[in-house]
Design a protein around this ligand. Structure first.
Ligand SMILES: [Zn+2]
Length: 415
């Protein structure tokens, strides 16, 4: 109705007025319709900028400790290890690549080299506990009476590979079952600190062969130990984003990317599979935070928008971070902000309860009002707290996917 009136109006003004004759009297207009309400002009919505406004991505932060500016890897293997030579070659190659620069340079770590490798002729133990056995063993090896072990020089990382048949225990957890490997620190009796890495020989990671599994795990530990050699450097992430920490508040630069797909890449200058790592610079710039990023188009992501400061607990540790409080049995709806670094078609958004992903009973029921969107869209996520999660801290993942490209984000529900 209103549109018809608008179309007719110009004609009444212009059609009969050519200036040559008097305008005919207007037709009688008995009972004119009431003037329609005047709507304010509606400007078309401005397209969202790239990236559209979104909560800040996490940053890995340092506690102020030293990083290794020129790491020196000493590879330690037992006689009979079928991968000894390849492991030594890999350690010698990785620290000189663009890949190494990409994952470590922004944190102050420089190119890495190797020291003289150590070949162990003794029998490997069937079981080794990190605190009870491995630390005293390493301290003894470095006492100056073992000529095959070069002394640490402040940049040295000893990388100890255990063979199949050795079970490695760390703080009550079993290697290859509850964790893959460990980047660690020996405090010697004289107080000096020696960074080391222990890598048990686990079953192949999903989709990788035995060698790919070894290089993938080794790369993770090498760049984490170099950026956090004394466990007081890049070891956690910012207060607002502790939901992203692997074991809050602990999260090193490799841990932050464990949900990235693909997790492992083969860089152009290194013919082996290695892990991607978190880049604060990329995250800040709205780019794929896990570098090197796959060449699969502009980065896109969906982030939960949290207004609350909520308690977060992990074992005996507790703090405050951003999240949403939903007591068990209650429901709340939050926004999910979508952004991309440049124009991309709509992508798919999925939400997953972490407990359910881990094979436990779900803690949360999660429902999105829409499962697709694009830069600038805001989805509504309705969360019901179903059951109490460990430490009353339930976590969920938001996964964005378009073709083979994907991204992820973590959210926290304090119960
Ligand atoms: Zn790690």
């Amino acid at each position: 109705m209103r549109r018809l009136f608008a179309l007719l109006l110009p004609c009444f003004v212009a059609c009969g007025d050519d200036g040559s004759q008097a305008a005919p009297p207007p037709p009688p207009a008995p009972d004119p319709p009431a003037a329609p309400p005047v709507a304010p002009p509606v400007a078309p919505p401005a397209p969202a900028p790239f990236p559209a406004p979104h909560p800040a991505m996490p940053e890995v932060i340092t506690l102020g400790g030293k990083v290794l500016t020129s790491p020196r890897f000493v590879v330690v293997t037992y006689d009979g290890d079928p991968f000894r030579e390849k492991l030594e070659d890999f350690a010698a190659a990785i620290g000189k690549t663009q890949y190494w620069h990409d994952v470590t340079a922004e944190y102050g770590v420089g190119p890495a080299s190797v020291g003289r490798p150590v070949h162990l002729s003794e029998a490997a133990p069937p079981s080794i506990d990190d605190a009870k056995d491995l630390k005293p063993w390493l301290e003894a090896k470095l006492d100056g009476t073992h000529a095959e072990w070069d002394a640490p020089d402040g940049q040295t990382i000893y990388v100890v590979y255990f063979p199949e048949g050795t079970t490695y225990h760390l703080e009550g957890f079993t290697g290859c079952k509850e964790f893959g490997a460990s980047d660690n620190l020996l405090t010697r009796r004289d107080g000096s600190l020696v960074p080391y890495i222990a890598i048990p020989r686990c079953q192949n990671l999903f989709g990788l062969d035995a060698w790919g599994t070894l290089t993938a795990v080794t790369s993770h530990e090498l760049f984490e130990e170099s950026t956090d050699p004394f466990k007081d450097a890049y070891v956690t992430n910012d207060d607002d984003n502790l939901a992203w920490a692997e074991m809050p508040p602990f999260s090193e630069i490799g841990d932050m990317c464990m949900a990235a797909q693909p997790l492992y890449v083969q860089p152009p200058d290194l013919p082996h599979l290695v892990q991607r790592a978190w880049s604060n610079a990329a995250a800040r710039a709205g780019k794929n935070p896990c570098v090197p990023a796959p060449n699969d188009g502009p980065f896109f992501n969906a982030l939960p928008v949290f207004a609350d400061s909520v308690p977060i607990s992990y074992g005996r540790w507790s703090s405050w971070t951003k999240g949403v409080t939903i007591p068990v049995g209650q429901t709340k709806t939050i926004d999910v902000a979508l952004y991309s670094e440049a124009a991309v078609d709509e992508w798919h958004v999925g939400v997953f309860d972490l407990d359910q992903v881990l094979g436990n009973a779900p803690s949360l029921q999660l429902r999105l009002d829409r499962t697709t969107g694009k830069n600038g869209d805001v989805l509504k996520l309705t969360i019901k707290s179903l059951a109490e999660a460990a430490d009353k801290s339930a976590r969920f993942a938001i996964v964005s996917q378009r073709g083979s490209a994907s991204s992820f984000a973590w959210g926290l529900v304090a119960q």
